[in-house]
Design a protein around this ligand. Structure first.
Ligand SMILES: NC(=O)c1ccc[n+]([C@@H]2O[C@H](COP(=O)([O-])OP(=O)(O)OC[C@H]3O[C@@H](n4cnc5c(N)ncnc54)[C@H](O)[C@@H]3O)[C@@H](O)[C@H]2O)c1
Length: 334
């Protein structure tokens, strides 16, 4: 793909998608956004970017956008992301994540769009027995969310074998932080991710923070996760699209930093950045939470011309807190 064809970004009004829109624009690409605004916000997409409010599962809308804007690649973020909701409403997750992705992939195949980046997740690994976890580890999701993502990876694998399609499935670990220039951040109203939730507590939007389990077999007893700055993740998408364009080889890559931070370390970083104590409460373990989930990042480092620019917990937390303060002050306009 040349920079003259347009990239269709689904879910571009959401948290990660809005950062990717900025990263692709910054890299000189033309982008258009399709989002149904179920969790995204219109103001997260710059006014200069063509925006269609519509559903990825609507094949006619997708086909029309591909034709109208001369789309040469799709970057697919749109989906439902709350793991416990997927347990309560599995069929809704298979509809919005798996069935809608099938429609989108079909539209790409029909229109000859030959490059496809997909937001996959570390949830495809379930509760891995060994960490760091590499891409060839068994994929045994333990909830419908992870299964819905894995099924989409399978559709892409099989469609790429049968049609002129190359794809990258990027398996994100824990995404956090906000654009360092303050242009974007996470605005999701019912966010469940630790750093976001802790920053909400730091600005007074939540009374306290629950720590789900402090008796795990980890150094401080709390769960360890691999937190990746959202702007580094967005840059990885730009690099992955360049790799697909150059090599036409399908990619399945972990996106993380290859080391973890515990819940207590994250909360300490938030308290330090906010310069105030948080009301931290012990709560029972959540079923299915593995003690440690850290990416083996050898493949992404080897395959993409990408290296992280914000690989530091304090930096991630400061950017997230700064965005949370802007949200609280109502100055979060893109
Ligand atoms: N946040 C993380 O830590 C994380 C980790 C692993 C994978 N992911 C994946 O990354 C992607 C983006 O996640 P996010 O955290 O930015 O979530 P988000 O909820 O902020 O963004 C999702 C966006 O997709 C839109 N959307 C949802 N269903 C749609 C549909 N059918 N048609 C059109 N638009 C639709 C929403 O309105 C929203 O703007 C998701 O696919 C998610 O599964 C996220």
């Amino acid at each position: 793909m040349t920079k003259h064809s347009t990239i269709l970004i689904t879910g571009g009004a959401g948290y990660i998608g809005s950062h990717a829109v900025l990263a692709f624009i910054d890299a000189g690409h033309g982008v258009v956004v399709l989002d149904n605004l179920s969790t995204g916000v219109r103001r997260a997409v710059p006014a200069s970017v063509p925006f269609v409010r519509g559903d990825v599962g609507d094949g006619a809308v997708v086909a029309d956008m591909i034709k109208r804007y001369g789309v040469g690649a799709v970057v697919h973020f749109a989906g439902s992301v709350v793991v416990p909701d997927s347990v309560a409403n599995p069929l809704e997750y298979y509809r919005n994540n798996t069935a809608s992705s099938r429609t989108l992939i079909q539209a790409c195949v029909d229109a000859g769009v030959s490059r496809f980046l997909f937001s996959s997740s570390a949830a495809v690994y379930g509760a891995p027995t060994r960490v760091p976890v590499a891409e060839d580890a068994p994929t045994v999701p333990i909830n419908p969310y992870g299964a819905s993502k894995l099924m989409t990876e399978w559709m892409l694998r099989d469609a790429a074998a049968a049609h002129a399609l190359s794809y990258a499935a990027l398996r994100y670990f824990n995404v956090a932080g906000a654009d360092p220039a303050g242009r974007a951040g996470q605005s999701t109203p019912r966010a469940t991710h630790l750093i976001k939730v802790a920053c909400e507590a730091a600005v007074g939007k939540r009374p306290h923070i629950d720590v789900y389990g402090d008796d795990y077999d980890t150094p401080d007893g709390t769960c360890i996760r691999d937190y990746i700055h959202v702007s580094d993740l967005a840059a990885a998408h730009v690099a992955a699209l360049a790799a697909l364009t150059e090599n036409r080889t399908n990619l399945v890559l972990n996106c993380g930093y290859g080391r973890g931070a515990s819940v207590r370390e994250v909360l300490a970083a938030v308290q330090k950045a906010a310069d105030r104590p948080l009301d931290i409460r012990a709560a029972p373990r959540r079923p299915g939470d593995p003690p440690a989930l850290v990416a083996d990042v050898a493949a992404i480092r080897r395959t993409l011309s990408w290296s992280p620019a914000h690989d530091d917990l304090a930096t991630i937390v400061r950017s997230a807190l700064s965005w949370e303060r802007r949200l609280a002050a109502g100055t979060d306009v893109a």
